[in-house]
Design a protein around this ligand. Structure first.
Ligand code: GLV
Length: 320
């Protein structure tokens, strides 16, 4: 009998094709809707491996139901949807998808920074709403990007990739991280900063910090109050690193100028959410790594991890 792999969302057959001989694939058959919890739990019971997305909570209940499970391959670099400690206790390997998404996510972070700084979405709506009558000196004038100071919170692989882009724009680079990044300091001139100092100094604060107990709501009322009133906040990490009420207050009170958000506390965020009513917010539906090529590489890395572990070898990108 071939090992059973349960895939929690419909993925293209051609991606599975090279692995068909080795595995018995079962799959939730919808592309855009997550698998219901009861289906997930009952499928987990017979699975040797699971390929899941960040829409699935891989918690104690799931692990207790998944009696034969050896590996959970998460199609994301962040894995705050998984109780990694409980997985370790159950002897389940957890893998994520680092590296393959680094440059694509950095592209998106920079695109969001530029769109927010230069009011691209507002400007696009301005024409579509038929408001454009004359060229005017300050019509839709935004903030410069070149020559400004970027503050990167979370200087992992993606943070460094964003810093490389910032260097190309002649920005000065501050960063805050658990550990010093000597290479980035030497090669990019990045300067290590305490969090409070970074928030006070940066023209653009870019959050790329993983969500943990320590980073939950680290961007709170005090953090936003520390920012310059001309500064822009960009979040491409996890929504729960931000106190969204405090962010909303900061944006409406002109404590900060604007925000670009790819992630939210509750996803999907409703169009009725107060943040969505603000012109100085650019929002995206969590598409940091969403290029066709990168999403394909992420799926392939998940499948390669499953293959290795179910063949008794080491995972390629384990987190535990
Ligand atoms: C997406 O948010 C990821 O963690 O890869």
């Amino acid at each position: 009998m071939k090992p059973v792999i349960y895939i929690t969302r419909k993925i293209p057959d051609d991606i599975l094709q090279p692995y068909q001989d080795s595995f018995d694939f079962r799959m939730w058959d919808k592309e855009e809707t997550p698998v219901p919890r009861d289906v997930l739990l009952s499928e987990a019971a017979s699975a040797d491996g699971v390929l899941c997305l960040l829409t699935e909570a891989i918690d104690k209940e799931f692990l207790a139901a998944a009696k034969h499970l050896k590996i959970v391959a998460n199609m994301a670099v962040g894995y705050d949807n998984i109780d990694v400690e409980a997985a370790r206790e159950h002897g389940v390997v957890v893998t994520n998808t680092p590296d393959v998404l680094t440059e694509t996510t950095a592209d998106l972070a920079f695109a969001l920074l530029m769109a927010t700084a230069r009011r691209i979405v507002e400007a696009n709506d301005y024409i579509r709403d038929d408001k454009w009558e004359y060229w005017s000196p300050y019509l839709l004038a935004g903030s410069d990007i070149h020559g400004k100071k970027i503050g990167i919170v979370g200087m992992g692989r993606i943070g460094e990739a964003v810093a490389r882009r910032a260097k190309g724009f002649d920005m000065s680079i501050l960063y805050h991280n658990r550990s010093r990044k000597v290479k980035a300091e030497q090669e990019l001139g990045a300067v290590y900063c305490e969090f409070t100092e970074l928030m006070k100094e940066a023209d653009f604060v870019v959050s790329l910090i993983p969500l943990t107990e320590e980073t939950k709501e680290m961007f709170n009322e005090q953090a936003f109050q520390n920012m310059k009133s001309s500064a822009v906040f960009i979040n491409v990490s996890r929504g729960a690193t931000v106190d969204e009420q405090a962010l909303h207050d900061a944006l409406t009170a002109n404590t900060i100028r604007a925000a670009g958000l790819d992630v939210f506390n509750q996803e999907p965020i409703s169009a009725e959410h107060p943040l969505m009513k603000l012109d100085n917010v650019v929002c995206l539906p969590h598409i940091g790594s969403a290029s066709v090529a990168t999403r394909t590489k992420m799926l392939e890395l998940c499948l390669d991890n499953l293959k290795e572990v179910l063949n008794g070898a080491q995972a390629m990108t384990p987190v535990n």
